[in-house]
Write a protein that binds this ligand. Structure first.
Ligand code: SF4
Length: 323
């Protein structure tokens, strides 16, 4: 524990101000200013390691209105404040979840207004042909995220292309990244593991992803938003509890509590073996989906496969009702 200050509070490890947080993985107590500075420095370093902006680029930031994407948009905007030659644009995917998404959109719109950037919305109704609420009604036994994940990836890519973006930045944090690595290992899906973002290669039709918060723990993203006054929609999707990711979140939280630094170790370890994985599984040759024309490794893309599954389920429900 850091030294006690006069007020009985713990002092910052770097100055005499009261600490607002303790980072167990580094053993540091940090005051408001040193904590915010530390987050900003790490995000700047991460962004630089992912992309070399030469000027003239347009970056779409995927904005849900939640804490992660709001902090990502604010920080990228701040980091690029002196780069008049790089343009940011906010993009929100509206999955069509009536009890959840509309409020998030309001927060995303407001933040874009504050940052002085354009805001675009892409709806599942337009890209998928159904809202997520309809998907859940049509296939009630499925895990909603198994539909929503591929639909979102496609919608975000379409939206980024529509706004002529060279990159799309997301709010993926350290917890999300470590969970994805563990999930792919647990499933033995090493090929997918090799292809986790951030993307280093440009593939035709696919806008490469940037993940500026990749090394920032979720709790620190939350604290940063609170301390910097970044307003965000603090709610959880009603379908999230059925996500498989939740099991991995619990496992990882337990590991982190017992051995602070586990999340960082998982992601750093992954980064070290990534070149080997990518040598074994180089980016697959993409082709146009036979149904929608979007880039895919298979003849039919995952989103179209799922759309067709939904159509079959709707047809069998209709025929059962008419019997
Ligand atoms: Fe979609 Fe699942 Fe996220 Fe909800 S929790 S928005 S269903 S991916």
């Amino acid at each position: 524990m850091g030294p006690r200050g006069l007020r009985g509070t713990v002092d910052c490890s770097r100055c005499a101000s009261p600490a607002v947080t303790f980072l167990r993985y580094s053993g540091e107590h940090l005051c408001r200013d040193h904590f915010c500075e530390s987050v900003e420095r790490r995000v700047k370093r991460e962004l630089r390691s992912q992309v070399d902006l030469r000027g003239g680029e347009r970056i779409a930031v995927g904005m849900s209105g939640g804490k992660d994407s709001s902090v990502a948009a604010s920080l990228v905007s701040q980091i690029l404040a002196n780069r008049r030659d790089v343009e940011l644009v906010g993009v929100t995917v509206d999955e069509g979840i009536a009890s959840y998404r509309p409020q998030g959109i309001v927060f995303a719109q407001r933040l874009c207004g504050r940052l002085g950037i354009e805001h675009h919305i892409v709806k599942y109704e337009a890209t998928v042909g159904h809202t997520m609420d309809e998907v859940v009604q049509t296939d009630p036994g499925a895990i909603p995220c198994s539909y929503c994940g591929p639909f979102r990836r496609q919608a975000l890519n379409l939206a980024a292309r529509d706004v002529d973006a060279d990159f799309v930045a997301t709010g993926l944090n350290l917890d999300d990244t470590a969970q994805s690595i563990l999930m792919n290992i647990a499933r033995g899906d090493i090929e997918k593991l090799a292809r986790l973002g951030p993307h280093e290669q440009v593939q035709p039709g696919l806008v490469p992803r940037l993940q500026p918060l990749r090394m920032i723990p979720e709790k620190e993203v939350y604290l940063y938003a609170m301390l910097r006054g970044i307003a965000f929609y603090d709610a959880t999707c009603p379908y999230a509890e059925r996500a498989q990711r939740g099991r991995f979140r619990e496992i990882l939280n337990r590991l982190e509590a017992e051995s602070p630094g586990t999340r960082h170790a998982i992601v750093r370890g992954y980064d070290r073996i990534r070149p080997l994985l990518q040598a074994k599984y180089p980016p697959a040759r993409l082709q146009a989906c036979a149904r929608c024309g979007e880039p895919t490794v298979n003849e039919i893309c995952k989103a179209c496969e799922l759309r067709e599954r939904l159509a079959r389920m709707a047809a069998s429900t209709e025929s059962a009702a008419s019997d």
